[in-house]
Design a binder for this molecule. Structure first.
Ligand SMILES: [Zn+2]
Length: 602
């Protein structure tokens, strides 16, 4: 072999080695493929097959989340998993649990296929459900991910039950492969709920983007009117941020005998509706307001988000003081969007403002926790109400909505009606989502508002966000020419201060209001009311309270844990506030301009 040939063959050898190294590294790139089937939907079991290829190392840890983003409660999804098995080639390999939500599979460096079943029989927007009529799932409660590899893309093939022809999800489909989808990473898979069955699919276009509505269950909606009105909502929402950051959007709607509420996702949402609600103006407006709320989340929380709310730690609670912004502002904007879209009249909007203030200020918990504390404690409070919640807790939804309005009015005032909270949120969205793609801190959020008020908001945040002071609502509302009055002022009516519900046909105390008549007299939750002033009662005694005067004493015969006793209840004055909001009769030019910018911005 001459020298030249040796050099030649050496060079070829290197090239060959390089090629082998490259191709082996290409074939070694780990891939994840899920297959979801439901051969016996009446048993409520989804069957999951997960193929993991190209993962090296002796073992692989597979994790299932214990909660689902947007609904801040540990729900322990792995409790519904059974029949977990792993195979490499034709051989079963050992698998064991490391903790409540992690399975360790002894792969020995080989490709493995894992199978398991998930019991799904909880039809809420944040869980999964399967029966003979349809399937619905949230990825967090069905799909596992290999620990340390949440960033890997995956492919999912859904195999619907025989006779089911539709699959609706926000995941992008793989062209040419039926019911097969691509997820850019686990966060996307987890954040794309899936509806499977024979549901009706409505569609409309908004801002050049296809929107679909997957309607499960019969309901009395008019498809043409509904999609036209949903489009008004989505068009109006997009104006606020100036862009729609998705190329497809899906509403999954579950029409049920009774229902309400929704859960936001990356490019979709799931809503529950009462199937007869579309037939009344109030019910219809309520549904569209829910649409507005969840759609606004597309920006506020799914993209513009507090630090801690994405990327998520699915293993445990994540904390933020800022749900009053993420949820409260979203509720505030839902009404404002409805107003701007012409789906809420001026009178209805004013009534909503008045009733929101009334509700917050009448809740005793409003004096116990701040909006920031309420947000932080969501994991132990918001989704775990009990008989004392009314006295100790305040929803960051309702308080946050009021704070959103007050900050909006502050910006309108500071800028002579030329800027609003819309502009502040858009600037925060540009800065923290588009530019930095990270969550904002408490301080950064405050600074984002201060940029538009042009002055320190330290005092506002200290008193109303981190503190529990009652704002002077009229001082804020006067910016847009609204006047709030308490129509209960000057009345002198008695109030029991206890809610009574019927348990096994008997009137039983269900809530005792802090510092009310019943609270002072020592009436307890679960006390059965048997008689008042010597006469037997069988219904809610609150109905007869207006017949008495402040200062009267009622002799209540009650049964407490089976023991009969007499409790004298001295009736105290009803301190309940009842606000009404009106436009001032002769607004100034500044008020007119600010009101216009607020409710009908150009
Ligand atoms: Zn929400």
């Amino acid at each position: 072999m001459c020298m030249q040939r040796i050099i030649h063959s050496w060079a070829w050898g290197v090239l060959l080695l390089l090629a082998v190294a490259l191709s082996s590294s290409a074939s070694a790139a780990p891939t994840i493929t899920y297959r979801l089937s439901m051969p016996e939907p009446h048993t409520h079991y989804f069957e999951v097959e997960m193929r993991l290829q190209g993962f090296r190392g002796k073992h692989l840890d597979l994790t299932m989340p214990v909660w689902t983003p947007g609904s801040y409660l540990i729900r322990e999804f792995p409790r519904n998993v059974e029949a977990f098995e792993a195979q490499a080639g034709n051989r079963q390999v050992s698998a064991s649990k490391l903790d409540k939500n992690t399975w360790r599979v002894a792969t020995g460096g080989k490709d493995v296929t894992v199978t398991y079943k998930v019991y799904a029989f909880e039809l809420t927007v944040r869980t999964s459900f399967l029966d003979a009529s349809h399937g619905y799932l949230n990825g967090t409660s069905v799909f596992m991910y290999p620990e340390g590899h949440k960033d890997l893309p995956s492919t999912l093939t859904v195999v619907p039950f025989q006779g089911w022809s539709k699959v609706s999800t926000g995941l992008p489909p793989v062209p040419g492969q039926p019911f097969t989808y691509r997820a850019a990473n686990y966060d996307v898979l987890a954040d794309s709920p899936i509806e499977i069955g024979n549901h009706e699919i409505l569609s409309f276009e908004s801002n050049g983007v296809k929107h679909e509505v997957a309607m499960y269950g019969d309901a009395n909606y008019d498809p043409a009117r509904l999609t036209a009105d949903m489009k008004r909502v989505t068009d109006e929402s997009t104006k606020i941020f100036g862009e729609l950051p998705v190329d497809y959007y899906l509403f999954i709607v579950h029409n049920l005998p009774a229902g309400g509420g929704g859960l936001e996702h990356l490019n979709s949402t799931t809503l529950q509706a009462t199937r007869t609600a579309y037939g009344t103006e109030r019910g219809y407006q309520g549904f569209l307001t829910l649409v507005a709320h969840e759609y606004f989340h597309l920006w506020n929380v799914k993209r513009l988000r507090p630090a801690g709310l994405g990327p998520f730690d699915y293993n445990q609670e994540v904390y933020t003081n800022l749900l009053w912004v993420s949820e409260g502002f979203t509720s505030y904007y839902a009404d404002l969007i409805m107003r701007r879209a012409g789906l809420l009249s001026e009178r209805e909007h004013l009534d909503k403002i008045a009733s929101s203030i009334t509700s917050v200020e009448n809740t005793p918990g409003n004096k116990v926790v701040s909006a920031a504390e309420s947000s932080f404690n969501t994991w132990i409070k918001q989704y775990r109400p009990d008989e004392n919640s009314y006295n100790t807790h305040l929803s960051y939804y309702s308080k946050g909505a009021l704070l959103g309005m007050l900050l909006d009015l502050e910006i309108l005032k500071a800028t002579n009606g030329t800027k609003s909270l819309d502009d502040a949120l858009k600037a925060l969205y540009d800065e923290y989502y588009k530019k930095k793609d990270r969550g904002y801190t408490d301080r950064e959020f405050q600074q984002g508002i201060e940029k538009f008020t042009g002055r320190s908001m330290e005092d506002f945040f200290r008193r109303y966000v981190y503190g529990k002071e009652t704002p002077d609502y009229n001082a804020f509302l006067s910016t847009v020419g609204i006047r709030l009055t308490d129509v209960n002022a000057g009345t002198n009516q008695p109030l029991l201060g206890a809610a009574i519900s019927t348990a096994s046909g008997k009137p039983v105390v269900s809530i005792v209001t802090r510092n009310g008549s019943a609270w002072q007299a020592g009436l307890n939750v679960n006390d059965e009311i048997i008689a008042v002033n010597g006469y037997r009662v069988s219904e809610d005694i609150n109905r007869s309270i207006p017949a008495y005067a402040v200062g009267d004493v009622l002799e209540l015969v009650i049964s407490r844990s089976g023991q009969l006793m007499v409790i004298p209840v001295k009736l105290l004055k009803d301190q309940t506030l009842k606000y009404r909001a009106e436009l001032v009769p002769s607004p100034t030019e500044a008020q007119r301009k600010a009101y216009q910018k607020w409710t009908n911005p150009k």
